[in-house]
Design a protein around this ligand. Structure first.
Ligand code: ADP
Length: 323
């Protein structure tokens, strides 16, 4: 039940331009390091076993707060011991937790397998994140309406995400990952929509079921998404950087050349940084350059949140010739 006492209240002084509200998942990541990913039916020896704070929502909130953003989180944790782990990264980064409630049962859990080449595969168990529904989101309408940037992903119920566009008055930074079936109006309200190539294909198929499934270049993919009516699109391309499509056309965003050791959460670091850039008024292609540096930085460290930079920390330079 949501009542007045669970409503997210942001101090008057913090309202208005610059505030970032992240509506999304809070997980614990259980990490296993393996030489290579197991085949179906196969058992492999691994190492690790640490429990680290994660979840796409929390990761993005932590990345933004570490870079100096004023960030508030709307989400849920369970009543198990893992709840403290899930909250710990947010607390340490100074994210406002007034909008995080505790619901009976387990905290969200992600079982992350990281191979030697830095590629990861992930199984996500929603746990308390399944309780972040339209009622909880609507109860936070004041904070959402006052935010310059509202960030959402795909690890809470679709009803929670679908409640957002009516409440957002700033920019809706939408990262529909993992992709689920959504009211097309929610996808079209994204500004920007941030997707990798795999997610882009799934979103395009939802918005334009008649579109050919033919191979598209990244440029064609970004333009096809914009052509559906989305105001701006950021297509992330891993070590190739990213592409921005907005009203001014296509902008290539170079990557930084780094030695990736673990790309877990690199996309979330990218989005947190993008939110900070947009919240301080940067144009989208400018914010995407900072995001690309921060995404690369995150790929050089293990885990998600532990690999994110602090404000003032040196970031790897973008490699302009790769643009
Ligand atoms: P996701 O993990 O969501 O698929 P990406 O792998 O595209 O996201 O990574 C997001 C962003 O992080 C990229 O657009 C890029 O800017 C940066 N990034 C990720 N991996 C690397 C890498 N190996 N080298 C340099 N930058 C990277």
């Amino acid at each position: 039940m949501i009542d007045a006492t669970t409503r997210l209240l942001i101090p008057e002084a913090e309202r208005g331009a610059g505030t970032i509200v992240v509506v999304g998942s809070i997980n614990v990541d259980l990490i296993a390091h393996v030489r290579r990913h197991p085949l179906p039916g196969e058992t492999l020896h691994g190492s690790g076993g640490q429990m680290l704070p994660g979840g796409k929502g929390a990761n993005q909130a932590v990345a933004a707060a570490r870079l100096g953003g004023s960030v508030h989180m709307i989400g849920a944790v369970g009543t198990d011991p893992q709840a403290a782990v899930g909250r710990s990264g947010l607390q340490a980064a100074g994210v406002g937790l007034e909008g995080v409630r505790e619901v009976e049962g387990p905290t969200g859990l992600a079982i992350v397998t990281v191979a030697e080449d830095g590629e990861n595969s992930i199984v996500v168990i929603a746990g308390a994140n399944a309780a972040v529904d339209a009622a909880q989101v609507t109860a936070a309408r004041e904070a959402i309406g006052a935010a310059a940037i509202v960030v959402a992903q795909g690890e809470i119920p679709r009803e929670g995400i679908e409640a957002l566009p009516a409440l957002v008055t700033g920019r809706f930074l939408h990262n529909p990952a993992p992709v689920m079936e959504l009211d097309p109006a929610v996808l079209l309200a994204s500004d920007p929509l941030v997707v990798n190539e795999h997610e882009a294909a799934l979103v395009l198929a939802q918005l334009d079921p008649g579109a050919s499934a033919a191979e598209r270049s990244p440029e064609q993919t970004a333009e096809a998404l914009r052509a559906t009516g989305i105001a701006s699109v950021v297509l992330t391309l891993g070590a190739q950087g990213a592409l921005v499509a907005d009203a001014d056309g296509l902008h290539a965003v170079p990557a930084a050349r780094v030695t990736a050791v673990d790309t877990t959460g690199a996309g979330d670091a990218f989005i947190g940084a993008l939110a900070v850039g947009l919240a301080r008024g940067d144009a989208l292609p400018v914010a995407a350059r900072l995001a690309s540096q921060v995404g690369a930085f995150a790929a050089t460290g293990h885990g998600a949140q532990p690999s994110y930079p602090q404000a003032g920390q040196a970031l790897p330079p973008l490699s302009e010739e790769s643009a």
